[in-house]
Design a protein. Structure first.
Length: 278
């Protein structure tokens, strides 16, 4: 038994090392003074200074952040509503088909999703003259399309383990459905909503394949710019960009975990003092 546990622990350690060692290597070499990414030339922050002066990278980063924020917010709202409808509403004819359509982007190859969305936008442009050009709007719609599937799965799993007696009690006390939804259901779903938003934000921020299909001239996201630069060779400024993205995502996860923990603690009932009767 001990030998088996040691083998499993070794596999886990090697698995996480295979994942995190390259990430830490990128972060360390982002402070390399040398132009050669494989040759350490001393500690320096020169690449971060040059990064802040590169207008092309800054514009791509701002565009990616704007698209990720909007798409994550809309995808969280739509995905949560879809999960609630599939979980709480009475089964209707076609509910299984609707469930499959919502979760289909989870297993659909990105190249198929990107190609189908490209055909959709081309057909819409021919029929309605919109969109006149593909850009930030089309990328945002595409990211909402595949991100809401992930949010729906996260929220649906939270709903499966949620106690419905609180909502039933609120309804019995005369609460209106809309008031019960915002006062009871949404606070209980808050950890799942935060997790779904972060997942959708991260998926949108690092998407390359779908964005390449539905983007147009003048709409270059940060992953598209990084991919174009890497094809010409890895440079230290790429390591600096990757490090900033890693730190931003890590900070978001920490903030979300802290908010969720404080909210869960506040939701716990406070212990009542013992009734001391003489």
């Amino acid at each position: 038994m001990k030998r088996r546990n040691a083998s499993l622990l070794t596999l886990v350690v090697f698995g996480y090392a295979f994942l995190y060692v390259p990430i830490f290597s990128v972060m360390i070499y982002s402070f390399n003074d040398s132009r050669l990414v494989t040759l350490w030339g001393g500690f320096s922050v020169r690449w971060y200074a040059e990064l802040l002066q590169n207008e092309q990278i800054l514009e791509a980063a701002l565009l990616s952040l704007r698209i990720a924020t909007v798409s994550a917010t809309v995808a969280t709202a739509l995905g949560a509503l879809a999960a609630i409808a599939l979980r709480r509403l009475i089964r209707f004819r076609g509910s299984l088909l609707l469930s499959g359509m919502i979760t289909a982007p989870l297993v659909m190859p990105e190249i198929i999703t990107g190609l189908s969305l490209l055909f959709l936008f081309i057909s819409l442009a021919d029929l309605t003259s919109w969109p006149a050009t593909r850009g930030a709007a089309t990328i945002t719609i595409a990211h909402i399309t595949f991100s809401m599937a992930y949010v729906a799965v996260v929220v649906r799993s939270r709903l499966a383990g949620m106690d419905e007696s609180l909502e039933d009690a609120a309804m019995d006390l005369g609460g209106r459905p809309l008031r019960v939804f915002f006062d009871i259901t949404v606070p209980l779903l808050f950890p799942a909503l935060v997790a779904g938003w972060l997942l959708a934000f991260t998926l949108s921020l690092d998407d390359l394949v779908i964005s390449s299909f539905v983007s147009g001239p003048g709409a270059t996201t940060l992953p598209m710019l990084i991919f174009a630069k890497v094809r010409l060779g890895v440079t230290p400024d790429i390591n600096a960009i990757a490090t900033l993205i890693i730190l931003m995502v890590a900070a978001g996860v920490i903030v979300a975990a802290t908010i969720t923990r404080h909210r869960d603690r506040a939701a716990l009932p406070s212990p009542r003092p013992a009734n001391l009767s003489s």
